[in-house]
Design a protein around this ligand. Structure first.
Ligand SMILES: C[S@@+](CC[C@H](N)C(=O)[O-])C[C@H]1O[C@@H](n2cnc3c(N)ncnc32)[C@H](O)[C@@H]1O
Ligand code: SF4
Length: 467
C-alpha cells in the first residue's frame, strides 16, 4: 500500500498561498457522490411501470433490504437548510401525509412477488420527530406487518432536539428505533442567530439523555462548518461541547450555499460567510482536533469513536456510501418511501416525486409515486465502484475493480492522465494501478473522484463548492 506521509502537507502548516492554489484548482463545485450517477443524471425515463417491474424481480435470497422514509416537515426553517422540507404548523398535512405513506408501504409490498426482509430503516427529513408518537409507531408497525424486520435491524431517525418529546422517543423505541442522528450545526449563539436556528446546549443535552434512557445504541450529531459568523475558535468550542455529550459519531458537513436552488438561503448574509480559505482551515482544524481527541476520520465528512461500528467497517474497507452519507449498511437494495425519497435497485436508482402534492396524486391513482431515476449501465457500475472506494477509503486499486468488471486497465488511461496535475500538487498518489489521496488530498476527494466521473460535464455548475 502506498504511504502518503512523504508528500503530506499538515493542515495547519500548509502555507496560505498553497491553500489558495489548491482551492482554486480543486475546491470548485463537485458532486458529493452519495450516488453515481448522481441525482442530476436522473430523468423521467424511469417510470412507475419500470420501478414496478424492478420491485417484482426482488428475491428474498438476495438478503434483507434497507428502507428510507422521508418526512418533509419542520417546525422552523433554518436559513441554511438544503433539505427537501417545509414548515407546517397544523396537524392536518402531517396526518394526511402519514396516511399516504402507509398506503405507499402497502402498495410497494403488494407489488413485490414475495415477502422480503428489512435489515435497516432510516427516517430522514425534514424532521421525523414532527410526527406524533402514534404516527411513528404506526409507520414502524406497518413496515413490520408487510416485511420481516430482522432481529438485529438498525432503525434510525434524524431528530431535531428542539422539538423532541419523551413520548416520541418512547413510541419510536417501542417500535424498534435504536439509533438517532441529532441536528446541532453550531453551539455559538451568534452563529445560531445568523442561521435562524436557536438551540440551547441544554436542549441538545436533554435529547441525548432521552435517547440514551430509551436504549439508543448509537447517537450521531450533525455539525456544519462554513456558516455565517463562524470562527475557528468557535468551531473548536462547538466540537468539544458536542464531545462532552458523549456521541458515537459526528458528521461535519461543509455548508452548501445554493441560494439559486433554495431561496430561503438568501436570508443568510453572504458578507458574514467565511471565505474559501477559512472554510478550508475550519474543516482541517476540526479534523485535526477530532483526531487529537482520539476520534477517527471516516471519509469526507464523518468521524467516529474508534470503538464504533462505522470506524471498524472503515478500517476493514467495508464502509459504504449512500444518500444518508457513510454507512455500514451493505444491502444491495434500498427502497425509498415518501416524497423525494431515492431508492437503489439492482438495476439503478429511482426517485419519488419531490413535491408532496404530486407524490400524493400518484398514490391516489394507485400508482407507485415515481418521478425519475436512472438505469445503470455496465460503465456506471464500474465507475460507481471506483468512486465509492475513493469516497470511503481515500484509495482504490484500479486493477482490482477492472478485474471485477472485466475491463482492461487501459479503459481508465484518460482518468489516470487527469490525475497527473493532482500528483504534482501533492493531493494524489498514483503507484501503478493504486490511486490514493494524500492527507491534504483527502480534503479534495470530491475533485479526485470527479476524474472518474463520465457524466460530470452536464451538471457541473449545479453542485456546491467542494471545500
Ligand atoms: C434533516 S436535517 C437533521 C434533522 C433535523 N431536521 C434537524 O435539523 O435537527 C439533516 C442535516 O443536514 C445538514 N444540512 C442541512 N442543510 C445543509 C446545507 N445547506 N449544507 C450542509 N449541511 C446541511 C444539517 O447538518 C442537518 O442537521
Ligand atoms: S435543518 Fe432540519 S430543522 Fe432545519 S429546516 Fe432543515 S430539515 Fe428542518
Amino acid at each position: 500500500m502506498a504511504v502518503a506521509t512523504a508528500q503530506t502537507i499538515q493542515g495547519d502548516k500548509i502555507s496560505a498561498e498553497s491553500v489558495d492554489r489548491l482551492i482554486a484548482a480543486y475546491g470548485g463545485r463537485a458532486p458529493r457522490y452519495t450516488s453515481y450517477p448522481t441525482a442530476i443524471q436522473f430523468t423521467p425515463a424511469i417510470t412507475a411501470r419500470q420501478y414496478g417491474a424492478w420491485l417484482k424481480g426482488l428475491k428474498k435470497e438476495s438478503g434483507p433490504l434497507s428502507a428510507y422514509l422521508h418526512i418533509p416537515f419542520c417546525d422552523r426553517m433554518c436559513w441554511y437548510c438544503g433539505c427537501n422540507t417545509a414548515v407546517v404548523n397544523r396537524r392536518g398535512p402531517i396526518e394526511d401525509y402519514v396516511a399516504r405513506l402507509l398506503g405507499e408501504i402497502d402498495l410497494v409490498a403488494a407489488t413485490l412477488s414475495e415477502r422480503l426482509a428489512i435489515g435497516n430503516i432510516h427516517f430522514g427529513g425534514g424532521t421525523p420527530n414532527m410526527l406524533a408518537p402514534d404516527e411513528i409507531g404506526a409507520i414502524l408497525a406497518r413496515l413490520a406487518q408487510r416485511f420481516d424486520i430482522t432481529p438485529d435491524a438498525e432503525i434510525a431517525a434524524e431528530i431535531d432536539p428542539c422539538t423532541l418529546t419523551e413520548q416520541w422517543v418512547e413510541a419510536a423505541a417501542a417500535g424498534g428505533m435504536n439509533r438517532a442522528s441529532l441536528g446541532v450545526q453550531d453551539f455559538d449563539p451568534e452563529v445560531q442567530k445568523a442561521i435562524n436556528r436557536i438551540q440551547p446546549y441544554e436542549t441538545t443535552a436533554r435529547a441525548v439523555q432521552l435517547l440514551r434512557a430509551a436504549g439508543a445504541q448509537s447517537i450521531n450529531m450533525d455539525l456544519i462548518y462554513g456558516l455565517p459568523r463562524q470562527t475557528l475558535e468557535g468551531l473548536e468550542k462547538t466540537i468539544d461541547m458536542a464531545l462532552a455529550l458523549g456521541p458515537d459519531r459526528l458528521s461535519l458537513f461543509g455548508y452548501a450555499h445554493v441560494p439559486w436552488m433554495k431561496a430561503h438561503q438568501k436570508l443568510i448574509r453572504e458578507e458574514e460567510l467565511p471565505g474559501a480559505r477559512l472554510r478550508y482551515r475550519m474543516q482541517r482544524r476540526a479534523a485535526d482536533l477530532l483526531e487529537e481527541r482520539g476520534w477517527r476520520r471516516l471519509g469526507l465528512d464523518h468521524f467516529a469513536r474508534p470503538d464504533d461500528g462505522l470506524a471498524a467497517a472503515a478500517a476493514e474497507g467495508r464502509m459504504r456510501r449512500n444518500f444518508q452519507g457513510y454507512t455500514t449498511d451493505e444491502a444491495p437494495v434500498l427502497i425509498g418511501f415518501g416524497a423525494s425519497s431515492i431508492g437503489r435497485m439492482p438495476q439503478g436508482y429511482v426517485q419519488n416525486a419531490s413535491a408532496v402534492p404530486q407524490w400524493r396524486e400518484k398514490l391516489e391513482r394507485g400508482e407507485l409515486p415515481v418521478a425519475r431515476g436512472v438505469e445503470m449501465t455496465a460503465d456506471d457500475r464500474f465507475r460507481a465502484e471506483i468512486i465509492e472506494r475513493l469516497m470511503c477509503d481515500f484509495a482504490v486499486d484500479l486493477a482490482e475493480v477492472c478485474a471485477a468488471h472485466h475491463r482492461p486497465l487501459a479503459d481508465l488511461d484518460g482518468s489516470v492522465a487527469r490525475l497527473a496535475p493532482m500528483q504534482a500538487d501533492g493531493i494524489a498518489l498514483v503507484h501503478g494501478p493504486h490511486v490514493e489521496a494524500t492527507q491534504t488530498g483527502r480534503d479534495f476527494i470530491r475533485s479526485i473522484c470527479a476524474v472518474f466521473d463520465a457524466h460530470l460535464e452536464q451538471g457541473a455548475t449545479r453542485h456546491s463548492a467542494s471545500i
